[in-house]
Design a protein around this ligand. Structure first.
Ligand code: MG
Length: 230
């Protein structure tokens, strides 16, 4: 594997699941900040950006937009404090094969592993530090850097150049994620998309969304490596 590759990994549903602890922290932060968690129980988080999740939930719960904008930074900051406490006590579960996969792809000098996620930076750092993966990623593009996930792709390509001094073409870029929004984001920059059905979206749906390769999981690390580095 000598040809350069920029690999942009999603976090939740792809690398790990912070499950109940993540959701509880989010719920408590919303309740303490806005007096309601809104329709959190039926909300579909996949592929969404954290600040947008707060906005959509609170808007639907009838909180005025100016109040949401004003209190959102406090809500997110409280969420991160609660998340940090919860995940340091009980780290998130890594998806099968992930620890090995990330270590293996990172070992190629020509490969740049990075993050493209809806988490704000501190959230991603908490989730990946508590699972021992944070230091593998050369840089990240996070949920508070654009209004839509699809806008994060071009930022990632620019940041890759800035951080590595190398330009990565679309053909050298791979987006790895578990949701249709990841597929859309990858296609928008012409990247290859490797989707994994370890989140809430089925393999069929990921295929229908246009992923180039769909894996049921990364448990078969050898195949997953091949699919990503192909
Ligand atoms: Mg995800």
């Amino acid at each position: 594997m000598n040809s350069p590759r920029l690999i942009l990994f999603d976090v939740d549903g792809t690398l790990l699941s912070s499950g109940r602890r993540g959701l509880e922290s989010f719920s408590e932060a919303l309740r303490r900040t806005f007096g309601t968690e809104g329709d959190l129980a039926s909300y579909r988080f996949e592929g969404k950006l954290d600040p947008i999740i707060v906005f959509e939930l609170m808007q639907k719960a009838g909180i005025p937009e100016d109040v949401i904008s004003e209190r959102r930074p406090a809500a997110l900051s409280l969420y991160l404090d609660l998340l940090e406490e919860a995940l340091y006590a009980e780290p998130p579960a890594l998806k099968p094969g992930v620890a090995d996969l990330v270590a293996r792809v990172s070992a190629f000098p020509s490969v740049v592993p990075a993050l493209l996620t809806g988490n704000v930076k501190r959230g991603a750092r908490i989730k990946l530090t508590t699972t021992g993966l944070w230091d593998y990623f050369r840089f990240g593009v996070f949920g508070d850097e654009a209004p839509r996930r699809v806008d994060l792709g071009p930022i990632a390509l620019a940041r890759a150049l800035e951080r590595t001094g190398r330009t990565f073409s679309s053909a050298q870029t791979v987006v790895v994620g578990d949701a249709p929004a990841d597929v859309e984001c990858g296609r928008a920059i012409g990247a290859r998309v490797v989707a994994v059905a370890t989140g809430r979206t089925s393999a069929e749906e990921l295929r229908a969304a246009g992923a180039d390769i769909v894996l049921s999981s990364f448990a078969d690390v050898e195949s997953a490596c091949e699919a990503i580095l192909a």
